[in-house]
Design a protein around this ligand. Structure first.
Ligand code: SF4
Length: 231
């Protein structure tokens, strides 16, 4: 009998007050880490669902205020997103390319292209003040919603949506969602860094081309190890 191409395991995680029981399915073959991103998306969705249970979430389609924030993306997610872009029509890719170029120019002009040595707070406040929309934002909605980064999934608020557009974010009340996305950083090798999503194309020009291949279960074990050690 042919061996199954995928393995499924039920993850049982305790994160603060949250108990997550989630089946995760990954390829058995040795694959690049980007191949297990869909499984991680499912895991983050399950964590978010548990965290938002019983809460009145204000986020709605068509409200893209938070899509002007700095969105940190890991190398592994970056590789997945590049494939998502590659699968788009030529016309859509051209439009996106122009939006990424505009975002990159604005970030460079503000001196934010290099993020090392700056505090997260300083970075995120300065970035948000620029008002650069995420290149994937269309009509104030996410054009890649099923493929949006893990950190985008983890951001939900219960405060009035109008507050999210305020420069100081005063009064904005995010739901306390465990930051599972952090464990995707350094997944391929220690020190593999993050970059702002709006710099995806800039990162693509200089990104490491050599990607390790491991079986899906091994990637998940590495991810869970990073998760339990705080990313
Ligand atoms: S990827 Fe989508 S959800 Fe995330 S910031 Fe961009 S438009 Fe918003």
């Amino acid at each position: 009998m042919a061996e199954s191409a995928h393995s499924t395991a039920t993850l049982r995680l305790t994160m603060g007050d949250l108990r997550i029981v989630h089946p995760i399915t990954v390829p058995n073959a040795a694959v690049p880490a980007a191949e297990i991103v869909p499984a991680l998306q499912g895991l983050v969705n399950a964590v978010v669902e548990a965290a938002e249970r019983g809460k009145a979430i204000s986020c709605r389609k068509g409200c893209g205020a938070c899509c002007r924030q700095l969105v940190p993306v890991s190398r592994t997610e970056g590789e997945r997103l590049l494939r998502v872009v590659e699968a788009m029509s030529v016309e859509r890719r051209e439009i996106l390319k122009a939006k990424f170029a505009a975002a990159e120019a604005a970030i460079e002009a503000a001196g934010l292209k290099e993020h090392k040595g700056r505090s997260d707070r300083e970075l995120s406040t300065t970035y948000f003040a620029m008002g650069v929309p995420c290149p994937f934002l269309e009509d104030e909605s996410c054009s890649i919603h099923p493929e949006r980064p893990l950190v985008c999934r983890e951001y939900l608020v219960t405060s009035p949506a109008a507050l999210c557009a305020g420069p100081s974010q005063e009064g904005v009340t995010p739901v306390a969602v465990p930051k599972v996305s952090m464990a995707a950083r350094g997944l391929q090798e220690d020190g593999d860094d993050w970059f702002p999503l709006a710099l995806l194309m800039a990162w693509a020009r200089t990104r490491p081309r050599k990607a390790a291949k491991r079986t899906g279960p091994v990637w998940v074990q590495r991810f869970l190890k990073r998760l339990s050690s705080g990313g």
